[in-house]
Design a protein around this ligand. Structure first.
Ligand SMILES: O=C(O)c1cc(=O)[nH]c(=O)n1[C@@H]1O[C@H](COP(=O)(O)O)[C@@H](O)[C@H]1O
Length: 233
């Protein structure tokens, strides 16, 4: 069966747990995501551990955000690990995004627009006034212009971003919660089915899968729902 377009966020405190989750979910999903918690604790070895024998795509979520020269060096340092996707913050600006794209030519650079944990009130607090979709669209256009091949936004903006950037850009949505699930620290959320219907290519899902009693079964259930949605849109 084709794996569902889900990146499971392996936000685990230790490598054994992350590798265990990865083994449980990889029959059902296309991608696993390594974030700051694991990478800062274990470094490059973590990539091979979660990739395992399955050869699942690895999404390295380091959300780089610094001056272009520093980001170029960081992107080059991790490019040799051949992650399928590497994140940078779009707010780092066009030159920074371009530096990452040039430094990691075999990795898709995904620009994070506005974190899904930020509400409209939070945006005002950091000086990004106006509705979240406006800021997301602005940053999306800037990032694509700088060569980003993927964008990260919430499912609430994905339809608008798709309209803005067309079909060639991979749209990635965290902030995904099955119906009735706790949104926790996520502010701009939608269900997996809605995210897919609105044009997301890859859904990032962490705790709704990894905190389940059986992460493999949780991943299989969401994957089956998405496959049904793909078959009968
Ligand atoms: O870049 C990301 O993956 C990301 C961007 C964003 O705006 N919001 C966001 O939640 N994420 C990541 O997506 C994952 C969401 O996890 P859950 O909230 O547990 O589903 C975490 O690993 C976050 O670091």
């Amino acid at each position: 069966m084709t794996p569902a377009p889900i990146a499971v966020a392996l936000d685990a405190p230790d490598l054994e747990t992350a590798a265990h989750w990865a083994a449980l979910v990889t029959p059902h999903v296309s991608t696993v995501k390594v974030g700051l918690e694991l990478y800062l604790r274990y470094g490059p070895d973590v990539i091979a551990s979660v990739r395992g024998a399955s050869g699942v795509s690895v999404f390295l979520d380091l959300k780089l955000h610094d001056i272009p020269n520093t980001v170029a060096g960081a992107a080059k340092a991790v490019a040799r690990l051949r992650p399928a996707i590497l994140t940078v913050h779009a707010a780092g600006g066009a030159a920074m995004i371009r530096a990452a794209v040039e430094a990691a030519p075999h990795t898709r650079i995904a620009a994070v627009t506005v974190l899904t944990s930020l509400s409209e009130a939070d945006l005002g607090g950091i000086g990004l006034s106006g509705p979240a979709p406006d800021a997301v669209r602005r940053l999306a256009v800037l990032a694509v212009g700088a060569g980003a091949g993927a964008l990260v936004c919430s499912p609430q903006e994905v339809a608008a971003v798709r309209q803005e950037v067309g079909d060639d850009i991979v749209l990635i949505t965290p902030g995904v919660r099955p119906l009735g699930a706790d949104s926790q620290d996520q502010a701009r959320v939608a269900t997996p089915e809605q995210a897919l219907a609105d044009g997301a290519d890859l859904l990032v899902i962490g705790r709704p899968i990894t905190a389940a009693a059986d992460p493999g079964a949780a991943a299989a259930t969401i994957a089956a729902q998405l496959r049904r949605k793909i078959a009968t849109p």
